[in-house]
Design a protein around this ligand. Structure first.
Ligand code: TRP
Length: 466
C-alpha cells in the first residue's frame, strides 16, 4: 500500500468518526430528497417557465440543459465532495481540505461567504414564501373568483401594503423552517423532506393533469418546447447559465452542508446527476402546469414577477375547481420554498454549533432572532420603508441584488477555483471516487476551465459589464 493511500485511509477514518457524531443521512435516497428539496424552489416554479418563454422556448431549454451539464453538475459535485471530505460546516470543511493539500486555511473564507449568502437569502426568501402562505386561504375562500387584471393586481398590492399580514406570514414560514432545522439532520431535515417532497411531486402531477385536461396544453407545450433559434441571443445564453447556477442552489454552501452528511461510499457523481435531473423535471412540469391555464384564459405568459401572484389567480378565479386547484398550487409553492429554506439555514446552524460549540437549539434561536429582524426589513420594504432606497433599490431589492448577483457567483467562483487549482488532484480524485479515470478527467477539465469561465461570464452580465 502506498503512503498516499494510507494517508487517504486515515482521512476517511477520521471523516467517518467525526461524521457519525454530527449526523448523517440514513440513505442516499434521503440525501437525494433533501438536495432536490433545496434545488426545487421559486426558481423552478416561477422563474424557469417565464424565462424559457421569453428567450425562445425549446432553443433556450437546450442551452439551459447544456449549462446544467457543463457548469451546474460539475460544481454541484464539487460542493458535495468538499462537504463530505471535510465532514464539517462549509467554512471548516474548506479549511480542513486546504490544510490537507498544503494550502492556507484562510480559504475558509470561501465557505464562510457561502454561509453568509445563504443566511441573507433566507431572510427575504421567507418573505416571498409568506406571500404563498397568504394566498392559500385567499384561494380557499374563493377570493380569486371574478378577478380581472386590475383587481388581481390590486389584491396583490393590498397584501404588499399590509406590513402586519406580511410579517405574520414571513414569521410563520421562518418558524416552520427553524423548527425543522432545530430537530437535526435525521429527526428534522430528513423527516421533513421524506413527507414534503413526495407531497410536492403529487401536487405537481395533479396540477399538470388538470392543465392537460382543462387548459390549452398543446399551445403551452409549443410555447415551452418549440425550438426557435432566432430568438436565442447572447443574453439568453447568459440567463440560462445564471439560472443553472441558481436553480441548483450553488454558491451558498447549502450543498456543501448537505454533502457533509452524505454517507461514505455513495456515488457523488450519480447522485448529483439525479438531483439535477429531478430539478429540471420539476421546472419543466411547472411550466406545463402553469402555461396551459394562462393560455386557456387569454392571459399574458411573459408577465414576469406577477405571473404567479397576479396572472395565475385570474385563471384560478375563472376555471372550474379553481378554488381547489389554487390551494394546491400555493401549497406546492410553499413546500418548494420551505425545503429550500431549510437548506439555506443549515450552513449557518452547522457553523454556529461546530465553531462555538453551542447546542443546536441555541444556534437556531440565535440565528432565528437575527433572521427575523432582517426579514422585517424586507417586509417593510414593500410598505413602511418603500421610500427609503439605496441606489434606487429598497432593502429587499438590495439584499436580492447583493446575494444573487454578487455573493453567489463569487462564492461559486471561489469554490471552483479552490477545487480545481488549490486542492491536489489526487486528494480530489479520492474524495470524489468516480471510478472511471476518463470520467474524472472530464470533470476535472470542466471544473478547472469551463465552470470558472462560465461563472465569470454570468457575473459580468449580472453586474452589467457585458
Ligand atoms: N434553488 C432555489 C430555487 O430554485 C433557490 C436557491 C438559490 C437556494 N440558492 C439557494 C435554495 C441555496 C437553497 C439554498 O428556488
Amino acid at each position: 500500500m502506498s503512503q498516499d493511500s494510507i494517508a487517504a485511509g486515515a482521512y476517511a477514518g477520521q471523516a467517518a468518526s467525526s461524521g457519525a457524531s454530527r449526523g448523517l443521512w440514513t440513505s442516499r435516497w434521503a440525501f437525494f430528497l433533501a438536495a432536490t428539496g433545496s434545488a426545487v424552489g421559486l426558481g423552478n416554479i416561477w422563474k424557469f417557465p417565464y424565462i424559457t418563454g421569453v428567450h425562445g422556448g425549446g432553443a433556450f431549454v437546450l442551452v439551459y440543459l447544456g449549462c446544467i451539464l457543463a457548469i451546474g453538475i460539475p460544481l454541484l459535485m464539487a460542493e458535495v465532495m468538499i462537504g463530505r471530505a471535510g465532514r464539517k460546516n462549509p467554512s471548516d470543511a474548506v479549511a480542513a481540505l486546504a490544510e490537507q493539500s498544503g494550502a492556507s486555511p484562510r480559504w475558509r473564507l470561501a465557505g464562510w461567504v457561502g454561509g453568509l449568502t445563504g443566511f441573507l437569502i433566507l431572510s427575504f426568501y421567507v418573505v416571498v414564501a409568506g406571500w404563498a402562505l397568504a394566498y392559500v386561504p385567499a384561494a380557499a375562500s374563493g377570493g380569486f373568483v371574478g378577478l380581472n387584471g386590475e383587481s388581481s393586481g390590486a389584491l396583490f398590492g393590498a397584501l404588499l401594503a399590509d406590513p402586519l399580514k406580511l410579517a405574520v406570514c414571513a414569521s410563520l414560514v421562518l418558524l416552520a423552517t427553524l423548527l425543522i432545522v432545530g430537530f437535526g439532520v435525521q429527526q428534522g431535515l430528513e423527516r421533513a423532506v421524506r413527507y414534503l417532497m413526495p407531497g410536492l411531486f403529487v401536487l405537481l402531477l395533479i396540477l399538470v393533469g388538470y392543465a392537460a385536461t382543462r387548459g390549452a396544453f398543446g399551445q403551452a407545450a409549443a410555447f415551452l418546447f418549440a425550438a426557435d433559434f432566432s430568438k436565442l441571443t447572447g443574453e439568453a445564453i447568459l440567463v440560462a447559465l445564471g439560472h443553472a447556477f441558481f436553480t441548483l442552489s450553488l454558491g451558498c454552501g447549502a450543498m456543501m452542508a448537505y454533502g457533509s452528511y452524505l454517507p461514505a461510499g455513495t456515488s457523488i457523481a450519480l447522485t448529483s446527476l439525479l438531483v439535477a435531473l429531478a430539478d429540471t423535471a420539476v421546472a419543466l412540469l411547472a411550466g406545463l402546469a402553469i402555461f396551459p391555464l394562462v393560455f386557456a384564459n387569454g392571459l399574458e405568459p411573459g408577465a414576469g414577477p406577477g405571473l404567479i401572484f397576479v396572472t395565475l389567480p385570474i385563471a384560478f378565479g375563472q376555471m372550474p375547481l379553481g378554488q381547489v386547484v389554487g390551494v394546491f398550487f400555493f401549497v406546492m409553492l410553499l413546500i418548494a420554498a420551505l425545503t429550500s429554506a431549510i437548506s439555506l439555514s443549515e450552513p449557518t446552524i452547522a457553523w454556529l454549533t461546530e465553531r462555538f460549540r453551542i447546542s443546536r437549539l441555541k444556534a437556531v434561536l440565535l440565528s432565528g432572532a437575527a433572521l427575523w429582524l432582517l426579514s422585517l426589513g424586507s417586509v417593510f420594504s414593500f410598505n413602511l420603508w418603500a421610500e427609503g432606497t439605496l441606489f434606487g433599490k429598497t432593502f429587499f431589492d438590495c439584499l436580492d441584488y447583493l446575494t444573487t448577483n454578487l455573493l453567489m457567483p463569487l462564492g461559486g467562483l471561489a469554490t471552483v477555483f479552490f477545487t480545481g487549482w488549490v486542492l491536489k488532484r489526487k486528494r480530489v480524485s479520492e474524495a470524489l471516487n468516480i471510478g472511471h479515470p476518463a470520467l474524472f478527467q472530464a470533470w476535472w477539465w470542466l471544473i478547472r476551465f469551463v465552470t470558472p469561465l462560465g461563472i465569470v461570464l454570468v457575473f459580468l452580465n449580472l453586474i452589467g459589464v457585458i
